[in-house]
Design a protein around this ligand. Structure first.
Ligand code: IPE
Ligand code: IPE
Ligand code: MG
Length: 252
């Protein structure tokens, strides 16, 4: 049994759900069935995060680069997403989970967009956890879009270039009003971030596991969080400074 420290939970967990294709190959079935199994792992992770009290969960479900995959695979991924929304929206409501998306949502199929809009509307009043799906997401596109918006506003005189700060720039990104991820999990033994949340992960703790996404269950998730809780997040300070801050706060 893995015991977690409730006081030290990551507020925001981001996950690169990788390895569905290799899982399928290992089981000598088609890639699409691997994605289907991956969708089950999504359900488990969402439920578990809500149970433990995580406030934000961002799942990388489809990248801008994934549009270059075979069209049958893209179609299957989109159908699985529609199926997930059809089946899970009630469940999200029951669990108090609010759905959000980040990415170039306009590039998704209309049928998918409609279902997303509907689920977002249906879950808008929930405050237990935000489930944030990254769809057609690319971090460099996100940053460029933000730069374009902010320069337009500067040209219109709405913002002065000298007033642009890190905090303000964050409001021009898809993730505005969300805290940065505290913990990033990537499954399947790949050690890269594949154009995911480049701006937001400046100080995120990274956890990599060889487990393939369809096999990533509750135990694996708790293991990742437990490891996160053992890390010392220094944000550029020395360990001694941190200890001093902790004891100073304890006195207040
Ligand atoms: C992750 O699994 C799902 C998506 C990227 C949509 P993959 O499909 O990338 O699985 P591998 O990397 O081929 O094993
Ligand atoms: C990253 O996985 C994207 C998602 C999990 C949706 P990929 O399998 O596409 O990543 P790379 O291309 O191998 O880095
Ligand atoms: Mg992959």
């Amino acid at each position: 049994m893995i015991n977690l420290d409730k006081q030290k939970l990551p507020r925001h967990i981001a996950v690169i759900m990788d390895g569905n294709g290799r899982w399928a190959k290992m089981h000598t079935i088609g890639r699409i069935l691997g994605h289907k199994k991956g969708a089950e792992a999504v359900r488990t992770t969402v439920r578990t995060c809500r149970e433990i009290g995580i406030k934000y969960l961002t799942l990388f479900a489809f990248s801008v680069e994934n549009w270059s995959r075979p069209s049958e695979e893209i179609d299957a991924l989109m159908s699985l997403l529609e199926e997930y929304l059809d089946k899970e929206t009630n469940e999200l409501n029951k669990q108090g989970i609010r759905l959000r998306t980040i990415g170039n949502i306009g590039s998704l199929y209309k049928t998918v967009r409609d279902k997303l809009d509907n689920s977002i509307k249906m879950t808008a009043g929930n405050e237990g956890m935000i489930l944030n799906l990254a769809l057609s997401y690319g971090a460099r596109d996100e940053i460029i879009e933000g730069v374009k918006k902010i320069t337009q506003e500067a040209q219109q005189g709405k913002i002065r270039p000298e007033d642009i700060t890190k905090e303000k720039f964050g409001n021009y990104l898809y993730t505005k009003a969300m805290p940065d991820p505290d913990l990033l999990i990537r499954t399947s033994g790949e050690y890269r971030i594949s154009n995911f949340l480049l701006w937001q992960m400046a100080y995120t703790e990274f956890y990599f596991t060889d487990v393939l996404w369809p096999d990533f269950g509750k135990k694996e998730l708790l293991k990742a969080i437990a490891e996160y809780q053992n890390r010392e997040r220094r944000f550029g300070l020395t360990s001694e400074q941190l200890q001093k801050n902790i004891s100073a706060n304890a006195k207040i």
